[in-house]
Design a protein around this ligand. Structure first.
Ligand SMILES: Nc1ncnc2c1ncn2[C@@H]1O[C@H](COP(=O)(O)OP(=O)(O)OP(=O)(O)O)[C@@H](O)[C@H]1O
Length: 294
């Protein structure tokens, strides 16, 4: 028997794990994986549970079940440790950017099969100051959308909640002064609507925002949007839906494995859709730091 630690957020998405847990445990058990469970109780709990599991040892794999927030917390609990077991993931959140980028299915049975089959893929992990992210880091007014959507609203209406909040945000857009210094790039000092540091090509449901980003290439794809007005912004969103925004003069795009961002303003950081501290920040790539069933 293999031993797994399953860390799940019972409130994720439409509270799917609450209903599916017995089926999942049964399916894994039939395939020789005995899982013990930890239901998260609030912010930071998945990080503690994952760190505990790695420290205690004896687990052949760790499984995270929840949205991008839960996955991010589990990775934060694991990333600092040695001898990391591989990670499985049940994407039961609202947006599930990471799962989309990795081709991890939403259906619980397919997810179980992926873990049972045991095929592993190495993934890059980004480090922003002392926290970790796998999908995306960012800052600027536009990126504040993700953590302003209340959890109850997400449970009720799913992804629509983000769009509603986005429309509300667009009416009071304001730029932020940023200084961006990246390895191998000229220093940028300008007013930006936002900056994004992508590790995968799936960001906020936009599959083509960072079309060249690869999870295992050891590089961040950095996209920064310079100050623009509302009509310009709407035009850029339309271009971004088609993946044709990177050559626009308002858009700065490059790849790097290390960068520093500072600002005279108070700028909150967004890491995988959750609050992740404030600027100044250094962003460092940890190439192929984790292995995931995918
Ligand atoms: N029992 C709980 N009750 C309320 N919040 C919780 C609980 N357990 C964990 N959380 C918090 O909920 C946050 C968001 O959860 P998660 O990302 O799993 O789901 P989601 O918000 O539905 O999906 P997505 O992030 O894809 O929008 C987590 O980062 C965690 O801090």
């Amino acid at each position: 028997m293999k031993r797994a630690r399953l860390i799940y957020n019972p409130t994720s998405g439409r509270e799917e794990m609450r209903r599916r847990l017995p089926d999942i445990l049964q399916r894994l058990d039939e395939a020789g994986i005995e899982a013990t469970c930890h239901a998260t109780t609030g912010e930071g709990d998945a990080t503690r549970a994952a760190a505990d599991a790695v420290e205690r040892g004896g687990y052949d794999l760790i499984i995270a079940a929840g949205g991008d927030g839960t996955l991010n917390e589990v990775i934060n609990g694991m990333a600092e440790k040695e001898n990391l077991p591989p990670l499985g993931y049940f994407p039961v959140g609202t947006t599930n950017d990471f799962a989309r980028a990795m081709g991890i299915p939403r259906n619980w049975e397919d997810c179980c099969n992926l873990i049972i089959r045991g095929e592993l893929r190495p993934i890059d992990v980004g480090k922003a100051n002392d926290r970790y992210f796998v999908n995306i880091a960012g800052g600027g007014k536009l990126t504040e959308l993700t953590y302003e959507v209340p959890s109850k609203l997400k449970t009720m209406i799913g992804q629509l909640a983000y769009y509603l909040k986005g429309i509300e945000k667009m009416t009071n857009l304001s730029p932020t002064e940023l200084i961006i210094q990246a390895e191998g790039q000229e220093m940028l000092h300008d007013e930006f609507m936002m900056f994004l540091i992508a590790n995968t090509n799936s960001v906020g449901g936009f599959e083509k925002l960072a079309p060249g980003a690869r999870i295992d290439d050891g590089l961040f794809d950095v996209i920064a949007l310079k100050k623009c007005n509302l009509p310009e912004f709407v035009r850029l969103v339309t271009l971004a839906l088609r993946g044709e925004h990177l050559n626009d003069p308002h858009v700065v795009y490059f790849r790097t494995d290390y960068m520093e961002v500072t600002s005279p303003a108070h700028v909150q950081l967004n890491l995988d859709g959750e609050l992740g501290g404030v600027l100044p920040a250094t962003f460092q790539m940890l190439p192929q730091h984790l292995r995931i069933f995918a």
